[in-house]
Design a protein around this ligand. Structure first.
Ligand code: FE2
Length: 433
C-alpha cells in the first residue's frame, strides 16, 4: 500500500491529470490517472503540484529585526550595513534563534522548504553562527538550511574576520562567502576573492559571494570570481550573488564577462526585491533598476536563481517568505513577460535555486524526495499572477502546512456569488515551450 497518492494534479511542465505516488518518503510513480490503494489520497482538483520553493539567498541572522535599534532612513545598502553594525552588539542568541524559527514557520506556510542563508562571521563571539547552527538542527525535519560564512564587514577590511570565518567553517558552516565590493580598494576586493576561493578549494566547499552589489559600472569582482572558479577547478560550485553592477556595465564588456561566467559554470543569484529597493539610490532620473542581466545570463546557459535576501531587517522593511512575490518582482524588473520567460521566473525560485544549493533528489521525478507544494493555480504563470495560496505543503510525503483556498464572497445587488481568482472557468492559453 502507498503512503500517499495525489491525483488529478497539474505539473509545472504542463502535464495535467497526473498522479504522484509516495512510498517511504520518496516518489515511486508519476503517471496519468493512477489508481492504487494508499493510506492517504488527495484530489488535487487540477491544481498545480510543484516541488517546494527554494530561496538561494537569505540573511536569517538579521530577519525580523526591523526597527532594532532604529529604521534605515536613507534606504541604502551602506546605511543598512551600518545599522546592522549597531544591532550586532545588542544581539542575544535566544532572540536570534526565536526570530529565525519564527521566520522558518512563515517559510513552511509558504511552501519554502530549502534556504541558503548567509551568516555574519565578523563577530568575535560567532554568536549568529552558533545560533543558526542550532536553528539548522531544529528545523532539519522540515527545512534544508544551508549556511554561508559571510564576512559582512570585509574579510580583509575587518580585523580578525578571516580567522573568524575559518572558525565558522570548522564549526560546520557549509559554504564560503565574501563581499569584495566592500573591501577598501578594488585590488583588495580581488585579493579577497582569490583568497576565499582558495580556501574553499582547500576545504572542498562551495563558494557564494556577495559580488559587485553596487551601481558602479567598473566593479569587476565577478570577473575575478569566474576566473578563480576556473583556475581552481571549482566549476559549478561557485555562485555570484547580487551582481547588480552588471546592470550598469558597458554592453561590450558585459558580453565578454557573461561568456567567461558561462565557461566557469558560475551560478548567479539576483535578489529582485532588494536590488530594486537598494540600488539606484544615488541617481536622480532616470533611476537605474540595479538588477543583474537575468535574461542575458539565462540565454548564455547560466543557472540563475532569485533570492529573497531580506525580510523585515535593516535593509528591507517588507517581505513574508513568499518566493512567488520574489519571482513576481523579478519578472517585472527584468521585463520577462513572454510565456517562456515567466516560466523561467518560476524556475528561478524552484529548480534553479535547488541547483545553486546543490540539493539532491529535488524534483517531481521518480526517486526524488516526496516534497511538494500544492498551489491554488492552474500553472506556474497563474501561480505568479496570483502569488497563489499554498493549499498543502508536504515534506517526505507528510503534510506540514495547509491553507484554505482563497475566494471572495461578493455582495452585489442581484448578483450573489463567489469569485475564484484562478482561471478555472476562463480559457487558458496553451503553454508554448
Ligand atoms: Fe545578501
Amino acid at each position: 500500500m502507498l503512503d500517499l497518492l495525489i491525483q488529478n494534479a497539474t505539473l509545472p511542465d504542463g502535464r495535467q491529470g497526473m498522479s504522484v505516488a509516495v512510498q517511504d518518503d520518496k516518489i515511486v510513480e508519476v503517471s496519468p490517472d493512477l489508481q492504487a490503494p494508499a493510506q492517504h489520497t488527495l484530489d488535487a482538483q487540477g491544481y498545480l503540484l510543484s516541488p517546494p520553493f527554494v530561496d538561494a539567498h537569505f540573511h536569517m541572522d538579521a530577519t525580523l529585526s526591523y526597527g532594532l535599534p532604529r529604521v534605515n532612513q536613507s534606504g541604502t545598502l551602506l546605511e543598512g550595513i551600518a545599522l546592522w553594525g549597531e544591532l550586532k552588539p545588542l544581539l542575544t542568541a535566544d532572540a536570534l534563534i526565536e526570530r529565525a524559527l519564527a521566520y522558518c514557520d512563515w517559510a513552511v506556510a509558504k511552501g519554502l522548504l530549502a534556504i541558503r542563508t548567509h551568516v555574519d562571521v565578523c563577530d568575535e563571539r560567532l554568536l549568529a553562527v552558533d545560533a543558526l547552527l542550532e536553528v539548522k538542527r531544529q528545523v532539519a525535519p522540515y527545512i534544508d538550511l544551508q549556511l554561508v560564512a559571510f564576512p559582512q564587514d570585509g574579510v580583509l577590511r575587518a580585523p580578525g574576520a578571516l580567522a573568524n570565518l575559518k572558525r565558522a567553517l570548522d564549526q560546520g558552516v557549509d559554504v564560503v562567502g565574501g563581499i569584495p565590493h566592500f573591501e577598501r580598494t578594488m585590488a583588495d576586493g580581488a585579493a579577497s576573492v582569490k583568497l576565499l576561493c582558495e580556501l574553499a578549494a582547500e576545504r572542498g566547499l562551495q563558494v557564494d559571494m556577495h559580488c559587485d552589489e553596487s551601481d558602479d559600472p567598473l566593479s569587476r569582482h565577478v570577473e575575478t570570481l569566474a576566473f578563480e572558479a576556473q583556475r581552481l577547478g571549482l566549476q559549478g560550485r561557485v555562485t555570484g550573488s547580487h551582481l547588480t553592477s552588471m546592470h550598469s556595465m558597458d554592453n561590450y564588456y558585459a558580453s565578454k564577462l557573461i561568456a567567461l561566467m558561462a565557461e566557469s559554470q558560475l551560478h548567479a543569484v539576483a535578489n529582485p526585491l532588494i536590488n530594486i529597493t537598494l540600488q539606484g539610490r544615488h541617481d536622480t532620473y532616470p533611476k537605474r533598476r540595479g538588477m543583474t542581466r537575468v535574461p542575458e545570463l539565462l540565454a548564455a546557459g547560466i543557472n540563475v536563481a532569485f533570492g529573497h535576501d531580506c525580510v523585515m531587517d535593516p535593509w528591507y522593511s517588507l517581505g513574508s517568505g513568499d518566493m512567488l512575490e520574489v519571482a513576481h518582482m523579478g519578472l517585472h524588473v527584468a521585463q520577462m513577460t513572454s510565456q517562456s520567460a515567466m516560466r523561467q521566473c518560476f524556475d528561478a525560485v524552484t529548480v534553479n535555486a535547488a541547483r545553486v544549493m546543490g540539493l539532491e533528489n529535488y524534483g517531481l521525478q521518480v526517486g526524488c524526495h516526496a516534497d511538494f507544494v500544492l498551489l491554488q493555480a492552474r500553472d506556474p504563470i497563474e501561480a505568479l499572477r496570483l502569488r497563489a495560496t499554498r493549499l498543502k505543503v508536504f515534506k517526505r510525503g507528510r503534510l506540514l502546512a495547509e491553507s484554505p483556498a482563497s475566494a471572495s464572497q461578493l455582495h452585489l445587488a442581484g448578483r450573489p456569488g463567489q469569485t475564484d481568482w484562478t482561471s478555472n472557468n476562463a480559457p487558458l492559453i496553451s503553454p508554448s515551450r
